[in-house]
Design a protein around this ligand. Structure first.
Ligand code: SF4
Length: 627
């Protein structure tokens, strides 16, 4: 029997004659009870033959309070374990204790340093940018422990899948991949250690270790990557069929001190993870269960990473977090004021006291290098206070493209989703942003066919899309995820064919609006593109890069003016070639929904281009800027 209590810690497990317990000393159970009325299962079980200390078998708190030691000392069994060849979960190292962070600690008996030097690791990443950033962290941890990275699966002795559990489709893809790998192995090719990491590992835990044939040898949740070298060493040094796992979530792990390596990266744009976890508990979403509670990385460690990236020639930084704009660094203390929300928005949790806010983080990051673009994802619309919106006009390097996930345009569906806003509040925020920030563009996420969605609700979504006019949209048909409030308490009652039809309508409408808008406003317009790489299309070679609105731009490969002034005076004596990492001004000659075909004009800086944008309203000025 395996029972889970809350999203963080409590875990009660009975296998054969061995009975294990772990104590929840997290506030999550309390929060679940208070906010949602969910009754936690965190009754403590007595490990066989042992007396429970008073810290866990009494409900009264001793006068001198509990210490961490009280809890650690009673954690006889953890969410760290090893499976034997027969697939039974067993204790391997009875002395191993899981502390507050859930790390294994220093286990000198495991010769992981030696093993690391022999092993080549291949990592395959699925899901969001947060996972891409996590892969960087994973690789950094492994390289520091002596492992070697490879981009060729067949060369690897260890194959790791960094997974996504947000949608059923993503999970199915990974199951197929694992299955294919296992079949390949059993057909005689060399045995590779296979690991499942990240959200799917957190969600499915031992299910991944128990099948026959077992598809994974190692299962590691998103807060346990530091233990990877130990766990890999445990598996490699154990019996042939040994398996290991650690899926303990943490209250404070941010990997702040891990500076990720960019393996085979382009060296132009980097992801920087600034916070982890989410406290919003939207009713459809599995993220709070797989990623745990919100925690923010100290601002200084973020700034020094951004500075390092700037020093190494990176030209764009994307700040990442599950609810990135609820970033709140309290490592140096909290103020008396509370975090402000956008007007008309609320959260399911009590207002938090303010430390260093997201707006302050953005201000400091923008100041690191004014010629480095700053983006962030994925935000929640509730966390766009005025002080954040003001920064878009103050710092030209803060990209005027805002991802504003709406999920649905129906206020009654939004309520069922527990998003904390109505359609009207969302639209009023969009209009306010449009008024305040010139040339701003929006992207969004949509879920169609959520529990109880009627035709009228669906029409509300289409209506909202017509009002906002998004330049990018990520659309999904609702799929139930276990553990979520929706899976437990709402009925997934929209038939698959209706979900499919509504999804098509949303996609079609988005494309139609985005195309019209692009023809109307982007044809002949000037864009500043950050050049990334060369690509061949229809037999022709282009440079490609991203405009500020995140659209992919194809740029004819020709020599350009070295600066805007040369372009204005048509000085052709100093023409230069386009280089990777350049910011260049282009003119759009073929608009589109996702791609723009453009002619290059001149190199520029972000600041210079902002001045052009302010003058570019006159056709005359634009007509002077050509090659
Ligand atoms: S804010 Fe985003 S990550 Fe958090 S629960 Fe809602 S949908 Fe999931």
């Amino acid at each position: 029997m395996i029972r889970y209590c809350c999203l963080s810690h409590v875990f009660l497990q009975t296998k054969g004659n061995t009975r294990y317990s772990i104590t929840c000393f997290d506030t999550t159970c309390k929060a679940l009870k208070n906010v949602f009325g969910v009754r936690p299962l965190c009754s403590v079980s007595k490990p066989s033959g042992k007396e429970l200390p008073r810290s866990v078998n009494r409900r009264t708190i001793p006068n001198d309070g509990y210490t961490l030691q009280d809890f650690v000392a009673t954690s006889h069994v953890r969410q760290v374990g090893v499976a034997s060849a027969s697939g039974e979960l067993q204790k391997v190292h009875s002395k191993i204790k899981v502390g507050w962070k859930g790390h294994l600690g220093n286990i000198s008996s495991i010769p992981y340093e030696k093993l690391g030097t022999l092993d080549k690791v291949y990592v395959e990443t699925y899901g969001c940018q947060m996972n891409v950033s996590d892969t960087d962290i994973i690789q950094e941890i492994l390289v520091n422990a002596g492992f070697e990275l490879t981009t060729t699966l067949n060369d690897a002795t260890i194959v790791l899948f960094n997974t996504c559990a947000v949608r059923d489709k993503a999970e199915r893809k990974i199951w197929h991949r694992l299955d294919a790998l296992k079949r390949k192995q059993s057909s005689g090719t060399k045995k590779q250690v296979v690991g499942v990491l990240g959200c799917m590992a957190e969600r499915l835990k031992e299910k991944l270790l128990e099948g026959e044939p077992r598809l994974a040898d190692i299962v590691v949740g998103p807060d346990s990557y530091r233990d990877l070298p130990y766990l890999l060493a445990t598996v490699s040094s154990g019996q042939n069929d040994a398996a290991a796992y650690n899926v303990q979530l943490s209250m404070d792990e941010t990997y702040a001190d891990v500076s990720p390596v960019r393996f085979n990266g382009q060296g132009i744009s980097a992801f920087v993870s600034v916070m982890r976890g989410c406290d919003n508990f939207c009713t459809f979403c599995v993220v709070p269960f797989t990623r745990g509670k919100e925690r923010s990385r100290p601002v200084d460690s973020i700034l020094s990473q951004v500075q390092r990236l700037s020093d190494n020639g990176f030209k764009e930084v994307v700040l990442l977090g599950q609810n990135v704009n609820s970033y709140n660094d309290i490592s140096l203390g909290e103020t008396d004021s509370h975090i402000a929300y956008s007007s008309g928005f609320s959260s399911v949790y009590k207002p938090k006291r303010k430390g260093i806010s997201f707006a302050e983080l953005i201000r400091r990051v923008c100041q690191v290098n004014p010629n480095m673009r700053i983006r962030f994802t994925s935000p929640h619309p509730k966390d766009f206070p005025e002080e954040l919106l003001d920064l878009y006009n103050e710092y030209p390097n803060l990209c005027r493209h805002i991802h504003l996930p709406v999920q649905s345009g129906s206020s009654s569906i939004l309520k069922k989703m527990r998003r904390g806003y109505t359609k009207e509040a969302y639209l009023s925020l969009v209009n306010h942003i449009k008024e305040k920030i010139p040339n701003v563009s929006f992207s969004s996420d949509f879920i169609v066919g959520f529990c109880g969605e009627t035709e009228l609700d669906h029409r509300e979504t289409l209506d909202l899309m017509m009002q906002v006019k998004y330049s990018q949209a990520f659309t999904f048909a609702y799929s139930e995820r276990s553990n979520t409030f929706a899976a437990k308490h709402l009925v997934d009652d929209v038939p698959a064919d209706i979900k499919g039809r509504r999804l098509q309508e949303v996609i079609q409408l988005f494309r139609q609006i985005a195309e019209n808008e692009s023809i109307k406003y982007e044809m002949n317009s000037l864009k500043l593109v950050l050049v990334n790489e060369k690509e061949t299309k229809d037999g022709k070679e282009y440079w490609v890069g991203r405009a500020e609105n995140n659209k992919k731009c194809f740029i004819s490969n020709k020599r350009i003016y070295s600066c805007i002034q040369d372009a204005l005076s048509k000085t052709t004596s100093d023409l230069v070639s386009i280089e990777k990492g350049d910011y260049i001004v282009v003119r759009v000659c073929q608009p589109g929904v996702q791609r723009l075909y453009t002619q290059p004009i001149a190199r520029s800086s972000i600041q210079e281009f902002r001045k052009i944008q302010e003058n570019a309203r006159t056709k005359d000025f634009i007509s002077r800027l050509s090659l």
